[in-house]
Design a protein around this ligand. Structure first.
Ligand SMILES: CC(C)(COP(=O)(O)OP(=O)(O)OC[C@H]1O[C@@H](n2cnc3c(N)ncnc32)[C@H](O)[C@@H]1OP(=O)(O)O)[C@@H](O)C(=O)NCCC(=O)NCCS
Length: 249
């Protein structure tokens, strides 16, 4: 991808996004046939879902998704994957009144190489969507414009991982770790910058095919920012996690 390095403009007066919670796969949201959603964002607390719902959700997946689900060795990763895909099928299907198991899952072309490994897409649906799963938490975003979402657990070693980020973000995390900067511990600052960057790159559709050290999204508390025509906002998630959503326009 031949875009230059970008720097986000923070908007300190904006609020972080409070997601809706999806507490059951049986609670299908109302169908929205005209798809007039600017942004719908749902959070799933994995621990609230029992084996019955997991089985129901697994039954909606296609062969490729089932194969991917069974490749996870750790049960907590597999549960989060199944719930993320089942919830995305439910929420995206609701926009066209399609049952979750009938949603035809695909991928947009990657903007870097044209191969079909960009943002996920659902055949016949006019909405865009994005999903993110990590042990314990899932986020699904549905929008009428390209969207990317990310949720991350706080890492054990933010200093080592911070080297992957933009050099100014690395510096900010290092300064926080050594008491030279207020406004959030190093762990929180790392998770903010990482989730903002990943949400943005998933929105573009390139994912980590674009080096996360190229774009500066910042580690500060400002809950919203714009970068290269995208609005990137922090998402309210439980203690121990960080999350962001990026919407084009
Ligand atoms: C997308 C990516 C950032 C996900 O990272 P992660 O933190 O492990 O996972 P998350 O749970 O937050 O997101 C996973 C979801 O992102 C979506 N996704 C995958 N690739 C994506 C892309 N290029 N753009 C947008 N979304 C993407 C998928 O829906 C995926 O869900 P699935 O694995 O259950 O199917 C990472 O897998 C990636 O960047 N992969 C592509 C890297 C690459 O080199 N591409 C080649 C470019 S030519």
């Amino acid at each position: 991808m031949s875009r230059d390095v970008s720097e986000a403009e923070p908007d300190p007066s904006a609020y972080p996004v409070e997601p809706s919670t999806l507490d059951s796969l049986l609670d299908a949201p109302e169908p929205r046939a005209d798809a007039g959603v600017h942004l719908g964002l749902w959070r799933i607390e994995v621990a609230r879902f029992g084996d019955d719902e997991l089985e129901l959700g697994s039954g909606w997946l296609d062969d490729a998704e089932r194969g991917q689900a069974s490749s996870y060795v750790r049960a907590e990763l597999q549960r989060a994957y199944v719930l993320a895909h089942a919830a995305a099928r439910l929420l995206v299907g609701a926009t066209t009144d399609t049952p979750p198991e009938k949603v035809v899952w695909g991928r947009h072309p990657c903007p870097a190489c044209g191969e079909p490994h960009g943002r996920p897409r659902a055949e016949g649906a006019s909405v865009e969507f994005s999903l993110s799963h990590t042990p314990g938490q899932v986020l699904v975003a549905v929008a009428d414009v390209p969207v990317g979402v990310d949720v991350e657990r706080h890492p054990d070693d933010p200093l080592a991982l911070s080297r992957l980020l933009h050099p100014r973000e690395t510096e900010e995390i290092d300064a926080a770790a050594h008491g030279r900067l207020d406004g959030g511990k190093a762990t929180v600052r790392f998770t903010r910058a990482w989730s903002r960057t990943e949400a943005y790159l998933k929105g573009i559709g390139i994912g980590l095919g674009r080096d996360p050290h190229l774009d500066y999204l910042g580690t500060d508390e400002a809950p919203a920012r714009t970068i290269d025509g995208w609005s990137v906002r922090d998402v309210v998630v439980p203690e121990g996690y960080g999350a962001a959503v990026a919407v084009r326009g």
